[in-house]
Design a binder for this molecule. Structure first.
Ligand SMILES: NC(=O)c1ccc[n+]([C@@H]2O[C@H](COP(=O)([O-])OP(=O)(O)OC[C@H]3O[C@@H](n4cnc5c(N)ncnc54)[C@H](O)[C@@H]3O)[C@@H](O)[C@H]2O)c1
Length: 403
């Protein structure tokens, strides 16, 4: 059981910070959640969870968590500071936008005392702990990182939608500049993680996190390339991939309409940022995946090329099936491209509150193309159950699944 006397201050209580804060409070720590968003602060103090996950809501309502967790808009003194603020891509420079981490650290530094531990959970480019955070701390205080104050990088691997299970059961990388730091950080996570904790140095931890999402991105790009080659040859790409996967040591991913979310299309750039000459495959993969929405938009145009003022119904806005999350969604980019062409476009997604519809039959009236961009399970089931009726009400009965 954790020491009740230790205070952990979690800066940034979004998808990553809040679940960690809840589990640390449940483990017995005194936890202060800090967020610049007043609505989030209020919700936490009222016991309301803005992330939709039943298990996390149940933890939020337990008496220990209600007693151990409070939220406020500025940091306070503590023993451990966990930074879980956004690190988006600076789209123009294709580099990490570190402004949120910088301001979180500026707010924490006045509270740092000898013996404190700072853990960065935000995804960061390699060398950030050594070349950015360490000088920030050492220039503003008398503290020496690794000796009188401790700095670790413990990246997060959670999957939104299954956060509770993943935050507890996933193995975790604990990166610290020296063994003492690693031991201190491991003690924090051991209070709620049931997966294995792997200790390493901070630079390795920074790179490992980026390697994980880059691995996915490069493999998706490979699937997209195979699919494109199959199309050139006039054969069924997904079926060819399935057949290749019958090899015992081959596991090609599925081709798609592009890569979305706020991790996979972003993190590979953080590797390129620190070592461009060794990131050629990573860079090429990013370009291939970023090009996909343009290719899909071209296919949609082609599907209705013979029609006058065609009406296109696009189904799916989320960045992947079975979520309402639209961050960096390729479907949104495709809709934007098609609208720019002057097509009549209607856009729906059964999981996104503002894009929901009454019935597929109703929204398909007089449509020329039903383009499925995001195959949510419920959407596909609904479509298959009513396919005949839908085709009857369309002006031109064309239903195409692009993913
Ligand atoms: N969501 C995921 O699935 C996931 C998985 C692994 C890693 N990550 C990484 O974790 C980090 C956080 O991601 P997230 O999804 O939790 O983001 P989020 O947007 O859900 O939450 C971040 C929170 O930080 C707050 N914030 C911003 N600046 C602040 C400041 N200076 N002080 C206090 N609060 C501040 C924001 O208001 C927001 O509530 C990012 O680096 C992300 O790449 C996210």
């Amino acid at each position: 059981m954790a020491e009740q006397s230790k205070t952990i201050v979690v800066i940034g209580t979004g998808y990553v910070g809040l679940p960690a804060a809840l589990l640390l409070a449940q483990a017995g720590y005194d936890v202060v959640g800090v967020d610049i968003n007043e609505n989030i602060v209020r919700a936490i103090n009222e016991g309301v969870l803005l992330i939709q996950e039943a298990e996390l809501q149940a933890i939020m309502e337990t008496p220990e968590v209600r007693a151990n967790l409070r939220a406020q808009s500025t940091p306070t003194d503590g023993d451990v500071f966990i930074i879980a603020v956004p690190t988006p891509l600076d789209d123009r420079k294709k580099m990490a936008d570190m402004s949120y981490v910088d301001s979180a650290m500026e707010a924490v530094i006045p509270h740092l005392k000898p013996g404190n531990l700072v853990i960065i959970e935000s995804t960061i480019p390699p060398l950030t702990c050594r070349e950015r955070i360490t000088p920030m701390i050492e220039q503003a205080t008398d503290l020496v990182v690794g000796e009188t104050v401790f700095l670790a990088h413990c990246p997060e691997r959670i999957l939104p939608g299954d956060i509770f299970h993943e935050i507890v059961h996933n193995d975790r990388i604990i990166g610290g500049i020296n063994p003492k730091t690693q031991d201190m950080a491991a003690e924090v996570y051991a209070s709620f993680v049931k997966g294995d904790l792997y200790k390493t140095d901070d630079i390795s931890a920074e790179l490992v996190k980026l390697m994980e999402n880059t691995y996915r991105d490069v493999n998706i790009a490979l699937a997209n390339e195979f699919n494109a080659v199959a199309e050139t040859l006039g054969i069924d790409g997904p079926q060819a991939i399935q057949l290749a996967n019958k090899h015992p040591r081959v596991n090609i991913l599925s081709p798609g309409i592009g890569v979305g979310g706020h991790c996979i299309p972003i993190d590979p750039w953080f590797i390129k940022e620190v070592d461009p000459s060794n990131s050629r495959l990573i860079f090429a993969s990013r370009l291939i995946n970023d090009e996909m929405p343009h290719k899909i938009a071209a296919k949609i145009r082609h599907a209705v090329r013979d029609l006058d003022n065609p009406c296109v119904v696009i189904l799916g806005a989320a960045y992947k099936p079975n979520t309402e999350d639209m961050r960096e969604s390729p479907a949104l980019e495709i809709v934007h491209l098609i609208k720019e062409d002057g097509y009549q476009v209607k856009h729906y997604d059964p999981l996104v509150p503002e894009l929901q519809y009454e019935s597929l039959v109703q929204i398909s009236q007089e449509a020329d193309l039903l383009a499925v961009l995001v195959p949510h399970t419920a959407l596909i089931e609904d479509l298959e159950a009513h396919r005949t009726e839908i085709e009857q009400v369309m002006r031109t009965p064309r239903i195409v699944r692009y993913q």
